[in-house]
Every structure is written in C-alpha cells, then in structure tokens.
Design a protein around this ligand. Structure first.
Ligand SMILES: *[C@@H]1O[C@H](CO)[C@@H](O)[C@H](O)[C@H]1NC(C)=O
Ligand SMILES: *[C@@H]1O[C@H](CO)[C@@H](O)[C@H](O)[C@H]1NC(C)=O
Ligand SMILES: *[C@@H]1O[C@H](CO)[C@@H](O)[C@H](O)[C@H]1NC(C)=O
Ligand SMILES: *[C@@H]1O[C@H](CO)[C@@H](O)[C@H](O)[C@H]1NC(C)=O
Ligand SMILES: *[C@@H]1O[C@H](CO)[C@@H](O)[C@H](O)[C@H]1NC(C)=O
Length: 626
C-alpha cells in the first residue's frame, strides 16, 4: 500500500516530468512585461505573466511576490486553487488570477484598487519550472487643476491654478489661447514660481500664479503634466473683460483726468484771452488818455496864450463888448454878490465892462481865465476881430506850439502893456514869417485853422471823452485798477525784462553779424583788390612787355625799312641826280649857245623898243606937261 502510494506519487511526478520532457521544459519561458506597468491610484491593474510556449498552468504552482520586499507574498496558487493564508494584509481580497486563462498559460495577476504603496517590483514565479519574471508597477496619482481669480495686480488679473494629490511631482504651466507658455512671456514676479507642497502620504500639491493682460478672447489654460505616468490634466478659464482693471483705469481715472486737464486748459485759455483783452483795453485807454491829455494840454496852452493876448487888449474890449451881462452871469458863482450888483448897476456897457474888469482883476487868475473863456463863447466875432488885427502873434503862438517855427525868445508870460515891445517882437518875427501879405493870409488861415481845430478838437475830445469814459471808463478803471495792480507790475516787469533781454541779444547779434559781415566784406574786398591788382599788374606787365616787344619789332622793322628806303632813295636820287646832272649839263651846253643868241636878240630888240618908247614918251610928255 505504502509502496503503491509511493509508486503512484512517483508515477505522477514521472508523468509530469515526461510530459514536460515531451514539450521540452528547458524551452519554456515565463514572460512578463519589459516596461513598467503604470496605474493610477484607485485603478484595477493587470500584471501580465504567461508561459511561452503555450502550455497549461492549471496544475502548476504560481507564486506572486513583491521582490522589493522580503518574502512578502502577494498571491499564491497551488494545487488548483488560491492559497492566500500568508498573504500580505494590504493585498487581502484585492488579488485574483484569471482561472479560465490558466489553461492558456496566462498566469497574469489582477490587482484591484491600486494604492500608491502598491508601487514596486512584482515577481511572477513558477517553482516547478524554476522560472520567474519581474514586473515593475508604477502607481501615480492625479487630480484636475482648479483655477481661481486671485485678484488684480497692476493692470492685470492674477489667476491661480491649484492642483493637489499628485504623485509623482507634476509640472504646472499656464498657457494662453494659442498654446504659448505664459511664464516665458510674462516673467513677472509670481509667474515663474511654482509653489509645491507635499502631504504626509507623499502626494504633491502644486500652485502657480499668473498675471494676465487683457487679450482678444481672454482664454487661459492651466496644464499639469506628469511625464512618468504619462498624465496630463488641463483646466480652462475665460476671464471676463470687466475683470481687468484697465477698464476701470480708463473709465475711472483717465476720463476724469482728461476732463480735468481739458477744463484746466480751457480755463487757462479763457483766462489768458481775457487777460489779453484787458491788457489791450488798458493800453487802448492809456493811449486815448495820453492823446486826450496832449490835446487838452495844447488847448489849454493856446487858450492861456489867447487869454494873455486878449488881456492886453482891454481898452478895445471895454469899448466893444455888448453882452456884458451874460459874461457877468458866467462869473457870478465866482465873484462877490456885491460886485455882480455893481456891474448890473453900471449905466452903459462901457461902464459895466470897467467894473467887470475891476472885479476880474480882484478875482485872480481863475476868474480871469473864466472871464476870457466866456468872452470867447459870448463874443466870438469880437475876439476873432482882435485876433485878426495882429495875426502874426497868433501864428507864432500856434507855430511854437506845433514846432513849426524855431523857438524865439518871446516872453509871452507877461502880457505886453506897451504895444512898442510887442512891435519889436513882431519885427523880429518878420523875417521868419515872410512878406506881409503872405503873413496876413497865413494869419487868417492860421486863425481859421485854429478856430476850426479848436472847435473840432474840443467837440471831438469832449464827445470822445464823455462817450468813451462813460461807456468804458468805469469798467476800464475797475479793470485797470484791479488787473493792473495785480498783474500790471509783473507783466510790465516781465515785458521790460524780456524786451530788454531780447533787445540786447538782438543788438548783440546784429552787431556781431554786422561786424562779421563787415570783416568778411573787407576781407573779400581786400582779396579781390589784391587779386585784381595782381591781375592788372600782370596784365599790364604782359601788355607792356608785349607792346614793348611789338614796338621794338615795329621800330626795328621801321628802321630797317626806312634804312632800306633811305638807301634806295639815296641810290635813286644819286642815280637820278647823276642822270639829271648829265642831262642838265648836256641841255645846258646845248641850250647855252641858243639862249645866248636868243638873249642877245631879245636884249637888242628890247633895248630898241625901249629907246623908241622913251622917245615917244618924251615927245608926248613935252606936249601935255605945263
Ligand atoms: C494559448 O492557446 C490558446 C488556444 O490556442 C489561446 O487562446 C491563448 O491565447 C494562448 N495563450 C497565449 C499566452 O498565447
Ligand atoms: C490573460 O488574461 C487576461 C484576462 O482575460 C487578459 O486581459 C490578458 O490579455 C491575458 N494575457 C495574455 C498574454 O493573453
Ligand atoms: C492671492 O490672494 C490672497 C488673498 O485673497 C492674497 O493673500 C495673496 O497675496 C494673493 N496672491 C497674489 C499673488 O496676488
Ligand atoms: C523660470 O524658473 C526656472 C527655474 O526655476 C528657470 O530656469 C526659467 O528660466 C525661469 N523662466 C523665466 C521666464 O524666468
Ligand atoms: C501617453 O498617453 C497617451 C494617451 O493618453 C498615449 O497616446 C501615449 O502613447 C502615451 N505615451 C506613453 C509613452 O505611454
């Protein structure tokens, strides 16, 4: 029995051994996985392991252990069933073999609910074949990143991407809508620093901030990558436009600022304009005032002179003034009531005038002036007549006033009582004023002009003064006082400084320029003159040399020619003279005899006739002479 059992057992062994030999047990391989098996925490994972070639493993013992842990059993299959009595507690209930696959040589282990601590090297071992293979298991952990808006910074929005529970440590990056990594383009303080935390389980939490600017669509992506477990998680966010502070910046700050600046500018502009206008007005007023003052001064001066002039003609006035009472009335506020009554009481106009003059004399300069003014008003014709009597004086006054005539030594202040001194003065004037008739006409014209001018100027001045002053005076005066007191001094100072400065600069510049130009001109002139001089000298020398040579040539030619001619002439002459001499000699010799004969004949004939004539004359003369 014992032997049969032993024989039977041995038979089984033999049987298996035979069958193994039949299939070639030395050729059987156990195949696992060259690459690590990757799983995420919580997943179910299959650790592959099978026999090659394809033989059944149903009757074999299969042992799965963690080779990185010491003799720690993960799963054991023996005698056709699982035998997990000594299994690691952490694997209890989580490991299975695929029973249906055993016969197909598939001894892969299924592990459910993988945890991070499951990661490690798993050994698949079949003792009977003494074959084993190791399969590494990597367990990762991931989670979806979370984006939140952390607030605003500068003109951008700060986004936060947060993701926790990762294993191994992941990488986190921010991307814009085109997939560009933001940390590279936005190297702000926070954009390049990833905060990393690790929890007691060994899981990682990573966090990263980014400051973004307003873009076209404002779509941003937070991407978390773990290359070891080939895991990527992304989350997108769309940031609304109104989150960006730039909008608020524009609306809340720029627009009010622009408005404020515009307001300031407009205010400044109007203020400036107003000031300018005021300044112009003030200047206009000042000009007008100056003109009026000048006119008034001239008028007063002429009036004074006329008054003085008229004052010296009292007798005439006493005799001729008819409107005495209106004159007295005009003076009434200035003179004593008693004097006025005296004037009224006087019998005739002449007497009234005498009394009036007495009153005027006792009243002083003011009364006198008023008297003559009203006289001019009441008795213009009379005044004009008096003025016309001695127009030269008026012309002088006017001329003096208008600077037409040279100043004379006339003393107008003390009215000339004696007409003698006045006459002297007039005689002295005479040469300046030309012939009498002209003087008279000039006088009349001057008087007319004076009248016209005075009347016209007076009326215009008064009108202008009244209108202008009434219209603008108050404003102008107010403006003048306020504005001038406030700004006038500064403006004038600034203007003067500026003008002085500009004037000096302009003068300097002008002087410099003039000096420079003069120097240049002088230089140029000198150069030119020197150049021209040299050229002229050269030309002259050349010319002289040329002329000299020509003259010498000409002289030589001439001399040579003359010599030749002279020689020729001499020769000719000599030849000619010789011939002539010969001819003459011959002729002379020839003619000598003949002429001598002729001369003798002639002489004889002549002497005969003369004798006859003398005889006849003698006879005739003897008859007539008594
Ligand atoms: C073994 O053979 C069976 C049937 O031919 C097949 O279904 C199975 O997949 C094979 N096993 C392996 C590991 O190739
Ligand atoms: C073993 O069996 C499991 C479960 O059916 C299967 O997923 C795996 O692919 C098999 N392995 C091989 C090598 O056929
Ligand atoms: C994010 O917000 C928190 C509070 O809301 C703040 O303490 C922290 O400084 C902010 N971080 C950044 C980068 O703005
Ligand atoms: C971000 O930081 C890493 C290291 O911390 C550095 O190598 C990289 O150049 C930095 N990038 C920028 C844009 O600053
Ligand atoms: C990583 O995973 C993707 C799909 O998620 C796959 O297409 C790719 O081949 C994997 N890469 C590696 C190296 O495993």
């Amino acid at each position: 029995m014992k032997t049969s059992a032993a024989c039977c057992f041995g038979g089984i062994i033999l049987c298996i051994g035979l069958s193994l030999r039949a299939t070639g047990s030395s050729q059987i391989q156990l195949v696992g996985s060259a690459d690590p098996v990757v799983a995420l925490a919580g997943d179910d994972v299959i650790l592959p392991c099978y026999l090659e070639p394809n033989v059944s493993a149903v009757d074999m013992m299969v042992e799965w252990t963690r080779s990185d842990l010491k003799t720690q059993r993960v799963h054991l299959y023996r005698e056709g069933r699982d035998s997990n009595g000594e299994q690691l507690p952490s694997y209890r209930g989580r490991t299975t073999l695929f029973k249906e696959e055993l016969k197909n040589s598939n001894v892969s282990l299924k592990l459910t609910g993988v945890t991070l601590s499951d990661a490690g090297d798993y050994k698949c071992f079949i003792p009977i074949l003494t074959r084993e293979t190791t399969i590494p298991l990597i367990v990762g952990a991931v989670s979806q990143p979370v984006i939140s808006i952390n607030g605003t910074k500068d003109w951008g929005v700060v986004l936060k991407c947060d993701t926790g529970g990762w294993y191994p440590q992941p990488e986190l990056e921010w991307l814009d809508s085109h997939g560009n990594v933001l940390s590279a383009t936005e190297p702000t303080e926070t954009s390049n620093s990833t905060e990393t935390e690790i929890n007691p389980e060994g899981r990682y939490t990573v966090r990263r901030y980014v400051t973004i600017r307003n873009t076209v669509n404002n779509r941003f992506t937070c991407r978390v990558v773990q290359p070891q477990i080939n895991q990527t998680r992304e989350t997108q966010i769309h940031v609304p436009d109104d989150m960006f502070p730039s909008v608020w910046w524009i609306v809340g700050i720029i627009i009010p600022a622009v408005a404020a600046i515009a307001a300031v500018v407009v205010l400044f502009y109007f203020r400036r304009k107003q000031r300018h206008k005021l300044k112009k007005e003030v200047k206009k007023n000042l000009d007008l005032q100056t003109k009026l003052d000048t006119e008034e001064r001239i008028r007063q001066h002429v009036e004074e002179k006329v008054v003085g002039f008229l004052d010296a003609r009292r007798p005439k006035l006493v005799d001729n003034v008819t409107k005495v009472m209106p004159l007295a009335d005009a003076l009434r506020p200035m003179i004593q009531q008693q004097d006025y009554s005296d004037i009224c009481a006087a019998g005739t106009n002449v007497e009234k005038m005498r009394v009036l003059f007495t009153t005027v004399d006792s009243g002083g300069e003011k009364v006198k002036s008023a008297f003559y003014k009203s006289l001019m008003k009441e008795e213009p014709d009379l005044v004009l007549d008096i003025l016309k009597e001695e127009p030269d004086r008026v012309i002088n006054l006017l001329g003096e006033e208008l600077d037409i005539y040279p100043k004379t030594d006339v003393v107008d202040d003390d009215p000339p009582d004696e007409s003698g001194s006045n006459r002297v003065e007039m005689i002295e004037m005479q040469p300046l004023l030309g012939p009498g008739s002209e003087t008279e006409r000039g006088g009349r014209q001057a008087v007319d002009a004076l009248e016209d001018q005075e009347r016209e100027e007076g009326r215009q001045a008064v009108d202008a003064l009244e209108d202008q002053e009434r219209e603008e005076g108050r404003q102008a005066v107010d403006a003048l006082e306020d504005q001038e007191r406030e700004e006038g001094r500064q403006a004038v100072d600034a203007l003067e400084d500026q003008e002085r400065e500009e004037g000096r600069q302009a003068v300097d510049a002008l002087e410099d320029q003039k000096r420079e130009e003069e120097r240049q001109a002088v230089d140029a002139l000198e150069d030119q003159e020197r150049e021209e001089g040299r050229q002229a000298v050269d030309a002259l020398e050349d010319q002289e040399r040329e002329e000299g040579r020509q003259a010498v040539d000409a002289l030589e030619d001439q001399e040579r020619e003359e010599e030749r001619q002279a020689v020729d002439a001499l020769e000719d002459q000599e030849r000619e003279e010789g011939r002539q001499a010969v001819d003459a000699l011959e002729d002379q010799e020839r003619g000598g005899g003949r002429q001598a004969v002729y001369a003798l004949e002639d002489q004889e004939r002549e002497e005969g006739r003369q004798d006859v004539d003398a005889l006849e004359d003698q006879e005739r003369g003897g008859k007539t002479g008594c």
